[in-house]
Design a protein around this ligand. Structure first.
Ligand code: XMP
Length: 331
């Protein structure tokens, strides 16, 4: 009979046997539940011979890289390297408005940065007397991803672009290690709780690899990013304060393009500002989703706060489109 404790013990044994007494493992983390649980399991199994890498791609949410770093290093004791590649990513995204091109640029740049980082960590690790070479790449693949990649090469092949590590495996002669490949999401959450990962991280909404780039419709610039970040923070804080975070599957603020400004009144002047749109959905499988029926008072409060507190935002709308026909993300 299957229990979480037995699973943890068995998996730790399996990882140790696979990696050996000196082998080293590298893996990317995002601050999401899957990569964090996989990283924590590696930490338990082989300690600092697991190297986690967080790439700041410039399209993360407010203080996200800082917060993830704090949780992973201070709280979970994971050996983490944070790479700030904001300028590189934003430089390549400049003037790009097509969502699929944004996804490709972010995915490819991610692989490039991760590969460079992996190489320098591998170089440094060679000199350590206690450890051998980096031989493995950690992936937080879940059971549904395994099934999907076997049976279905549809849109998910694009969705998972940034997880495409084939090149890395070949160029660096790495072997794949996937400790979560037999688990469903709810089991990963239970495992996370069992491993002492903080509740708010275990229940964190999913966040797409291309980040805020697909929540800013059209071209991305610093001001759009700031507005998306500040509005998102207010919306999520209010959702948490209202006790709705777990009931809602995914929520965020998005920003309309720079070319689609709206008019507002500030004091006695007419101003042109940005349109922020809020999205919150309930879903179990993310294939279909319903928009969340907030109380009017909640929407009033969030709208008032965003317009008052976020410089340059002059309208707030709430997206009442279900999936299908809409998608969860705006792009
Ligand atoms: P859609 O917008 O397709 O989203 O209804 C379904 C789920 O997938 C996430 N999503 C992505 N995740 N890279 C990712 O890593 C992507 O390009 C991407 N596009 C959508 C979305 O956040 C939602 O959870």
């Amino acid at each position: 009979d299957w229990t979480m404790e037995k699973f943890v013990d068995k998996e730790i044994e399996r990882i140790r046997a696979m990696v050996g007494p000196k082998g080293q493992v590298i893996g990317a983390v995002s601050g999401g539940v899957d990569s964090t649980v996989a990283a924590k399991l590696m930490k338990e199994a082989i300690g600092d011979r697991f190297h986690a890498v967080l790439v700041d791609n410039g399209v993360l949410r407010l203080d996200e890289a800082k917060t993830v770093k704090k949780t992973l290093t201070e709280h979970l004791g994971i050996n983490l390297t944070v790479i700030d590649s904001t300028d590189l990513f934003l430089g390549r995204l400049k003037g790009v408005s097509d969502p699929e091109r944004k996804r490709k640029i972010i995915g490819n740049t991610f692989i490039e940065v991760f590969q460079d980082t992996a190489k320098s960590i591998a170089e440094a690790a060679k000199d350590s007397p206690k450890a051998g070479e980096i031989e493995f790449l950690l992936q937080g693949t879940l059971y549904p991803d395994v099934i999907e990649s076997i049976s279905f090469k549809g849109p998910s092949a694009t969705i998972k672009t940034h997880h495409n590590v084939g090149g890395l495996l070949e160029n660096m002669h790495l072997k794949l290690i996937e400790p979560l490949r037999e688990l469903f999401k709810d089991e990963v959450r239970a495992l996370g709780t069992n491993l002492g990962i903080p509740e708010e991280l275990v229940w964190r909404h999913p966040f797409p690899g291309p980040g805020l780039a697909i929540r800013i419709i059209g071209e991305i610039n610093e001001e759009q990013l700031r507005i998306a970040r500040e509005a998102d923070k207010i919306f999520i804080d209010e959702i948490v304060a209202a006790g709705l975070y777990r009931k809602i599957s995914q929520a965020f603020a998005a920003v309309f393009p720079d070319t689609a400004k709206a008019v507002g009144v500030m004091g006695d002047k007419r101003v042109h500002g940005k349109v922020v749109t809020l999205r919150a959905v309930e879903t179990t499988d993310f294939m279909t989703a319903d928009w969340y029926p907030f109380e009017f008072d909640f929407l009033k409060r969030v709208s008032r706060r965003i317009v008052n507190e976020v410089d340059g935002a002059c309208r707030v709308t709430y997206d009442i489109t279900s999936k299908p026909p809409g998608t969860i993300e705006m792009e």
